[in-house]
Ligand binder design. Structure first.
Ligand code: NAD
Ligand code: 44H
Length: 457
């Protein structure tokens, strides 16, 4: 009697439905990259692009996935020969799942930093990519020290040039990473490393886009049902995926263009469009939705008046704040984003998008409110919603989690002056905007978020 495969690993691949099998044979993969922050997003985005690039054009670009702190993902992956599946939710074909073979190994930085140092110093490794959240770029962050220790070992081993590829939702993320590392280097006395860094390391910026909510029990159940085997490292994502990358690689790269990525000499216009026209709108839904007691982004978008409020925000304030990439209409972009957010199968929790507001809102919303030529109305409402969210209670009295590296400061003084005034958490350029934020806060406190949104109809 055939024994049913209990868990995903290489021996299970031949018994998967053919449409669920990887695009390449994992036995052929050789390591050429390290990814720091092997969370949900990396698995559903860069790993998918990389597997498709290798399938199209070859190359030794297998990736070792590093978890900086929590080890649950690397343990799950290690038990599955580094295989995992991506469950695609919604879209014309309904729910699908496919196993991705892009990872060649895993490491856990917190328990074995020497393994990460050795990886970074390995001449076979030519790209280190990162999705480590916005807060990991702050001065003094442990991640910066981890990277610098590895780069110092690489310089000492004369292991050759390398590219650091940030895939976090930050403006000019490559330049931000370079500046953070140089700033950190300045606090040490490693002038020879600074010189090596200037000569041997490139830091292209990239704009990344795919909605990838945190995996849930439902994600694992879908993967099991479709694959016919358990996958404890499965992730779920929308069908859409986009990657625009500056073509500045110090030591080669996978043929990501063959996988659908766009290469450019300057990603700034794409970043502004995405951070303000998608992520800022996401934050609006997260804070207003959470205050109104909506659990998911799709449910928040269903609040009466919400769609028209967000369309006005994008076509008015966001559009006035930026120059879009050639040939792209900001209004059309915003409409497509709302369709993506409406996908009910994603189940993207408002609290997840709401996390780390102090780190996200500067590039998502403050950049719009402060931009020349913008007369902010709804932008100040979004900031007011964050400030009310930070008070910790939804309009029906439910508890709202303030998960933010600056939570203690925010809780200590959540007044509009302390949050948005000079030296505050999100200082605004124009004092008139503080008045507008306070007015919206009063409205939200008096009428609740659902009613404030409805009145904007
Ligand atoms: N999930 C998405 O839809 C999405 C889309 C575009 C971009 N991103 C970017 O990817 C990042 C990660 O998203 P995710 O969905 O993989 O989240 P996740 O929670 O699944 O994974 C986060 C990863 O970052 C690491 N991390 C968290 N805090 C850190 C810190 N202070 N220092 C170093 N590492 C830290 C974690 O260990 C984990 O590996 C986001 O912050 C964002 O910048 C995510
Ligand atoms: O991933 P974060 O925490 O920076 O932001 C939450 C969401 O806005 C974000 O993940 C979007 O889903 C994503 O940027 C879409 O590409």
């Amino acid at each position: 009697m055939a024994v049913k495969q209990l868990r995903l690993d290489r021996t299970a691949l031949s018994s998967l439905p053919s449409e669920c099998r990887p695009a390449i044979d994992p036995a052929d993969l050789r390591t050429g990259m390290v990814h720091l922050g092997v969370g949900a997003f990396h698995r559903a985005h860069q790993a998918v692009f990389t597997e498709a690039a290798i399938a199209a054009s070859g190359g030794d670009w297998g990736t070792v996935g590093v978890a900086p702190s929590s080890r649950s993902v690397v343990d799950a992956l290690a038990a599955q020969d580094n295989l995992f599946s991506v469950v695609t939710l919604g879209g014309a074909d309904g729910e699908r799942a496919r196993v991705v073979a892009a990872l060649t190994g895993t490491a856990h930085a917190a328990s074995d930093p020497a393994a990460v140092t050795a990886l970074i110093a390995d001449p076979a490794v030519r790209i280190i990519s990162l999705t480590v959240t916005e807060k990991a770029y702050r001065p003094g962050a442990a991640l910066l020290r981890l990277l610098l220790t590895g780069l110092a070992a690489r310089a000492a081993a004369d292991a050759g040039p390398i590219t650091l590829l940030s895939c976090d939702n930050l403006p000019a993320n490559g330049r931000a990473l370079r500046a953070a590392l140089i700033g950190e280097l300045a606090t040490t006395e490693q002038s020879s490393l600074a010189e090596w860094f200037e000569q041997q390391v490139s830091c292209p910026s990239s704009m990344v886009d795919r909605i990838v909510p945190a995996s849930t029990v439902a994600t694992l159940s879908s993967a099991r049902r479709i694959l016919g085997t358990a996958d404890l490292a499965a992730v779920a994502a929308e069908p859409f995926r986009q990657w625009v990358i500056e073509d500045d690689f110090a030591a080669g790269r996978p043929d990501w263009a063959a996988a659908g990525a766009t290469f450019t000499s300057d990603v700034t216009d794409w970043e502004h469009l995405k951070l303000r026209g998608l992520n800022g709108v996401h934050s609006a839904l997260a804070y207003l939705g959470a205050l109104a007691g909506r659990e998911t982004i799709a449910e928040a978008l269903d609040l009466p008046g919400m769609r028209s409020l967000l369309r006005s925000y994008v076509s008015g304030e966001v559009a006035a704040s930026l120059a879009p990439p050639d040939g792209v209409s900001v209004v059309d972009y915003g409409d497509t984003v709302l369709e993506r957010f409406a996908n009910p199968q994603l189940g993207h929790r408002t609290w997840q998008v709401a996390m780390d507001g102090s780190q996200k809102l500067p590039q998502r919303v403050v950049s719009v409110v402060d931009a020349d030529g913008v007369e902010p109305q709804l932008g100040t409402l979004i900031l007011a919603a964050w400030a009310q969210f930070a008070l910790g209670r939804s309009d029906d009295g439910g508890e709202l989690p303030l998960d933010d590296p600056r939570a203690a400061e925010i809780r200590a003084d959540p007044t509009t002056a302390a949050l948005f005034g000079p030296g505050g958490i999100l200082p605004l350029a124009d004092p008139a905007h503080l008045v507008a934020v306070q007015r919206w806060r009063d409205e939200l406190a008096s009428h609740g978020a659902a009613e404030v949104v409805r009145r904007c109809l």
